[in-house]
Design a protein. Structure first.
Length: 216
């Protein structure tokens, strides 16, 4: 008996995460870390400028720049280098991989902020549900050398029933300075607190669709 068949495999609602490490940026990281520390010293107690005090974020403790500052649009050379040579090219690779040609003729803008955490500070589970958000990401400027899970970012499996079928409920990453992670904005994640000396400084961003010419 002969017959014909056609088979294909589809990824339904995949969660694509891009993880890239950028070596040789130690001097850039130091300069950006200095900028974040200076902003922290200036605005740590200002509820209008420190979003960690605003009650509108899931950051507990530490300092987080106001989004209205648009951290990646600052004029410091190190920040411009990070934006133009690391983050924007990374966003381009992620969008191409995740959306292929669906974003043809569609513009985007990047909303960005910086964050610094020290002993006991952490981030509760959250996602980035802004309308039109295509991707969220974080670049690690400084990370303390701590054992897992301290300071780690952990993602929650959006299909918890999958745990009954042998799939982990979470995916934990232990980033180092120079790491860039980009992921879907609906991927829930959180950050473990750490103990003792050291600080964790990052630059985070969302990629927002500007036009409506989005092809599904």
């Amino acid at each position: 008996m002969s017959y014909q068949h056609e088979t294909r495999f589809e990824d339904h609602f995949p969660i694509s995460v891009m993880i890239s490490h950028h070596a040789g940026l130690e001097h850039i990281n130091r300069e950006i870390f200095t900028v974040i520390r200076q902003l922290q010293a200036q605005f740590q107690e200002d509820t209008r400028e420190n979003e960690a005090l605003s009650g509108t974020t899931t950051t507990y403790g530490g300092y987080q720049t106001s989004r209205k500052m648009m951290f990646l649009n600052r004029e410091e050379p190190a920040i411009r280098t990070l934006r133009d040579q690391v983050i924007l090219p990374g966003i381009g690779r992620y969008l191409q991989q995740s959306y292929d040609d669906k974003l043809r003729n569609s513009g985007t803008r990047t909303v960005s902020w910086a964050n610094i955490l020290s002993e006991g500070d952490w981030q509760a589970p959250h996602m980035h549900p802004s309308v039109g958000n295509l991707a969220s990401g974080v670049y690690y400027v400084e990370t303390p050398d701590k054992p897992t899970p301290q300071g780690c970012i952990e993602f929650l499996n959006p299909h918890p029933v999958a745990h009954h079928h042998g799939i982990s409920l979470t995916r934990r990453l232990h980033p180092k300075a120079g790491d860039l992670i980009i992921f879907p904005p609906y991927y829930i994640h959180y950050v473990y607190p750490f103990r003792g000396a050291g600080e964790r400084a990052i630059v985070a961003f969302d990629v927002i669709l500007q036009t409506t010419q989005f092809i599904f």
